[in-house]
Unconditional design. Structure first.
Length: 221
C-alpha cells in the first residue's frame, strides 16, 4: 500500500460514526483532492474490535488517495508506551491506516524521548505519516520526528487575537485546528499568515466541536 502524498490542505478530525452521519462521511470522501488527511477515531482510539462501518469509510478514503490517520491519545506523555503502540497496530490492522494522529501531545523537551520512541514504533508499524497534536507550539526538537505538528487547537476568538511567533523548527509542516468558526470565513489565508499550511476550521463549540465538519464540506440537505 502506497502512502498518499496529495497536496490538500485540510486535515479533518471528524469524530462521528459513519452509520449515524453517512452523508457527512460521503462529503468527506468526495472532498478527497482538498484533504491532507482524515483522522479515524472509532472509540477514542481504535476500540476493542474492528468496526465494519469505519473499515468501509477507511477503504473509501484510501481508494481516493487520502491519508487515513489512526487516532491515539498520549495523555501528554503519561500514557504507557505499549498502550499507544497497541492502538497504532490496531488502526493499521483493522482499518489500513497509513498514518497516526497522536493527540494530547506534550510540548516540552522533557517528554521528547517518549515521542521519539513512539515515532520509531509508528514507522516500524508501517505508518507513513506522523501527526502530533500539541495544540500549542512545541520545542523545535519535535520537528525531527513528525511530518505535521498541530501548533494551535482552540476557539476562533482565541485564534483571532493570539500573537503567533515564527516557528523555529525546520522541515516540518504546521497545522491549526480551530473551532467555533463562523460561516463564510476561509481559514486558508489566516493560517498561512500564521505559519501553517494545513488547517481545519469547524463551526462546532463546547465539549465536542469535532463532531462538525468545515463549512465547505457540509453536505447539501
Amino acid at each position: 500500500m502506497s502512502t498518499p502524498t496529495g497536496p490538500g490542505t485540510l486535515l479533518v478530525p471528524y469524530y462521528e460514526h459513519p452509520s449515524v452521519r453517512p452523508a457527512e462521511w460521503r462529503a468527506i470522501v468526495a472532498a478527497a483532492p482538498r484533504l491532507y488527511g482524515v483522522v479515524l477515531n472509532p472509540a477514542s482510539g481504535p476500540g476493542d474490535g474492528p468496526d465494519p462501518a469505519f473499515a468501509e469509510v477507511a477503504a473509501q478514503l484510501r481508494a481516493a488517495d487520502v491519508r487515513v490517520l489512526g487516532y491515539a491519545d498520549t495523555d501528554y506523555g503519561r500514557r504507557p508506551h505499549a498502550d499507544v503502540v497497541r492502538d497504532l497496530a490496531r488502526h493499521r490492522s483493522w482499518y489500513g491506516a497509513d498514518g497516526a494522529f497522536l493527540d494530547q501531545a506534550a510540548a516540552g523537551i522533557a517528554e521528547f524521548g517518549y515521542y521519539r520512541r513512539l515515532a520509531a514504533a509508528a514507522w516500524g508499524a508501517g505508518c507513513g505519516t506522523l501527526v502530533l497534536n500539541h495544540g500549542t507550539a512545541p520545542h523545535p526538537s519535535y520537528a525531527r520526528v513528525a511530518d505535521l505538528l498541530v501548533t494551535f487547537e482552540g476557539s476562533w476568538e482565541t485564534y483571532r487575537t493570539q500573537r503567533f511567533t515564527p516557528w523555529q523548527g525546520a522541515g516540518t509542516r504546521l497545522c491549526h485546528l480551530v473551532y467555533g468558526v463562523p460561516s463564510g470565513i476561509d481559514l486558508t489565508g489566516p493560517s498561512r499568515a500564521r505559519g501553517a499550511t494545513v488547517h481545519c476550521a469547524v463551526p462546532g463549540v463546547g465539549d465536542h466541536p469535532w463532531g462538525t465538519l468545515p463549512h465547505a464540506l457540509e453536505p447539501a440537505r
